[in-house]
Structures are given as C-alpha cells and as structure tokens.
Design a protein around this ligand. Structure first.
Ligand code: AHM
Ligand code: MG
Length: 340
C-alpha cells in the first residue's frame, strides 16, 4: 500500500466532529464569539454521560423507578434523575446559559444570577420515553435553545424567557440512544446528524443536510386510542390504511418519540400523537418535545402541526404545557390537512 501524506489523508477521510461543525456554522454569523459552540459542548458532554449510563443500565442497578414523582405526577426512573443532573450540571457551568428548564423540574432554574454575558435559555427533556428503559428500547434527550426574551431581567424574568414561541428557537435537536447514539440538530441552516464513535468518544458527522422524503411508507401512532381520536385523525388513518395515498403504508410505533420521529425523518411518513380521552390536549410537551421536533422537521422540508396549526407559532402559556403533534413529509401532511 502506498504511504499517504497527512493532508491528503485528511482530504480523503474528512472526519468532522460536531464541535467543528458548529464552529463552521458559527462563522456565518459576523461577530460570533464561540460561546454558542461552548454551550453546545455542554449538551454533547451531558448526552455522552447519559449514553454511557444507558449502555450499562442493566449492570449498574439503574433500571426501574427511583421512587419519587416528577412534577407531572409520573414515577421518575433512576436514569431520568441521572440524565437531568447531567444536563443541569454540564449546562449550568457554561457562562452563556442564563436559564435552564427541564421536564423534571417544576420551575426554570436561573443560572449564574445576573450575569450580563448569559444570553441563552435551554429547555430540555433529559430522557424522553423513559418508561421504555427497562425493556431496552431506544430513548432520547430533546433540547431547544432560545435567546433571552427582550426586556427580561435576570431577577425573575425567567418565565418570559422560557415561554417563547418555537419560531424563536436558535437551535434545537435530540440525541437518540439507539443501536448507535446519534445527535441530530439544526441551527436554522439545515438538519445534520452525528453518530457517536465509541472508539474516539466524539460525535462524528454522518448525515449532512437531512431531508425528510416527500412521501414515505410508514405511519406511526398509538392506535389503541383510535376510538377517542378527533374525527379528522380517524378519517386520515382510515384513508392511509386503505391505500388511498397511492401506496400501501405500514404501521410502526415504538412509543418513544425520539425513535419514532427519527425513523420518520430518515424514511418519511408521518408521526401523530393526537388528543385522546386520557390526554385531551395531547400528551407531548410543547416546549421541550414538540418545538425541537417541529424545528427539525421544517428545516428538513417537512410539516409539523398540532393537527390544525403550525407548532412553531403556538404561544405557550405554561412551561409543561402539552400539545397534540403531527409531523411528516409533504404528501402525508397535505393529505392530513384535507381530512379537516
Ligand atoms: P415521557 O416524557 O413521560 O417519557 O412520555 C413521552 C413519551 C413519548 O416518547 C412517546 O411518544 C409517548 O410518550 C408514548 O405515549 P403512549 O404510551 O401513550 O403511546
Ligand atoms: Mg418526555
């Protein structure tokens, strides 16, 4: 084998880590200081810590419930607690972070009280789908990054900082702890995916400029609630099952939003969590589940609504507010809209 010069090797085998990618993205913004990439490195560090724990879950007595309830009255899983602590810790030490809000905390947390250099608000679900942990099913972390709201003060303006529409997100993403660990994010310039290379401990660019296919083969919904779905959802599901969209669709439902969405993003189709009898507003949370997914969906060329309205335009009134969610490719979304 011919010896390869170092620069030539780098050109032929360009490894781009998520940090390099963010720095590259940042150059688009004149005056960017690097603080945003440092913030993102808090998320990559925390999610690598979570990934390591998830991988060893059965070995380290971290399966099962912690015993406590979170703010929504659900039993907290041990890994939920760990994931929340990892995210809170890794982000709180980033100077640029002003406010942190988590599914696991009732109130947003103010970081580094009053620091004028803190511009960012990070809202996240540290471990979504955690009821799946005990059976080794994929789970994920979702996050949404906002700039502090105009006029918000360091001493108590934090509700206004968090309660912004999804259209104001400056970046959003998720990490999926699946057969491999993947980070998918957008800063508003396309959607990019990075796979964690366990050999080097870095997220490496593996999916650049992801586009959701115009039409896919799968629909994804918890059909056990079919009878209580509003009529347009029933009509749509009946049509999609009967081949009226010009092809036979298959059903796929994991019950872990990040995993169900990730498949929809890469393979196309539609994911729905409609209002149901037990969750008349929908089950998923607007700020840290629906908003990041909607931002990614739109950046990938898809459509994200609550059934009737664009998710990113919804004005939140509380931090843990729930919403219905319909995300998918252009063909499925157009057909869904026709069912109203
Ligand atoms: P969680 O935040 O308590 O983990 O719940 C959210 C999860 C989503 O990941 C998933 O889409 C949904 O709950 C599944 O709900 P269901 O079991 O009602 O289908
Ligand atoms: Mg959740």
């Amino acid at each position: 084998m011919e010896p390869v010069e170092a620069p030539a090797f780098a050109e032929k085998n360009p490894i781009v880590t998520v940090q390099q990618h963010i720095l590259r993205e940042q150059r688009r913004f004149p005056g960017a200081s690097g603080e945003f990439s440092f913030l993102l490195s808090g998320i990559t560090l925390a999610t690598k810590m979570i990934a390591a724990r998830v991988r060893r879950a059965g070995l380290t007595d971290t399966f099962g419930a912690e015993g406590g309830m979170n703010v929504q009255g659900e039993v907290q899983q041990k890994l939920d607690v760990y994931a929340n602590q990892a995210m809170m810790h890794c982000l709180a030490v980033r100077e640029s972070v002003a406010v942190l809000a988590s599914e696991e905390n009732e109130q947003p947390q103010i970081v580094d009280e009053g620091n004028p250099n803190s511009h960012y608000v990070v809202v996240f679900d540290p471990l979504d789908g955690s009821s799946n942990i005990d059976v080794n099913v994929s789970v994920g972390t979702t996050f949404s990054i906002l700039k502090r709201a105009d006029g918000a003060t360091p001493d108590g303006g934090h509700e206004a900082d968090v309660l912004q529409t999804g259209a104001k997100q400056v970046a959003a993403g998720y990490v999926m702890y699946g057969s491999s660990v993947m980070l998918v994010y957008t800063c508003g310039h396309g959607v990019h995916g990075f796979t964690l290379d366990p050999a080097i401990g870095a997220f490496v660019l593996s999916h650049e400029y992801i586009r959701i296919p115009k039409q896919g083969k799968y629909y994804s919904v918890n059909e056990s609630h079919f009878e209580s779905f509003p009529e347009p959802y029933q009509k749509f599901l009946t049509r999609i099952r009967s081949g009226e969209l010009g092809q036979q669709y298959s059903s796929r439902y994991i019950g872990s939003m990040v995993a169900d969405f990730h498949r929809t993003l890469l393979k196309g189709g539609i994911f729905l969590y409609p209002p149901t009898a037990s969750n008349p507003e929908g089950k998923l949370r607007l700020l840290y589940e629906a908003n990041p997914i909607a931002f990614i969906t739109e950046q990938a060329g898809g459509v994200a609504t609550d059934g009737e309205h664009r998710i990113l335009d919804k004005v939140p009134s509380s931090i843990h507010e729930r919403t219905s969610l319909v995300v998918g490719g252009q063909v499925e979304a157009a057909e869904f809209a026709r069912c109203w």
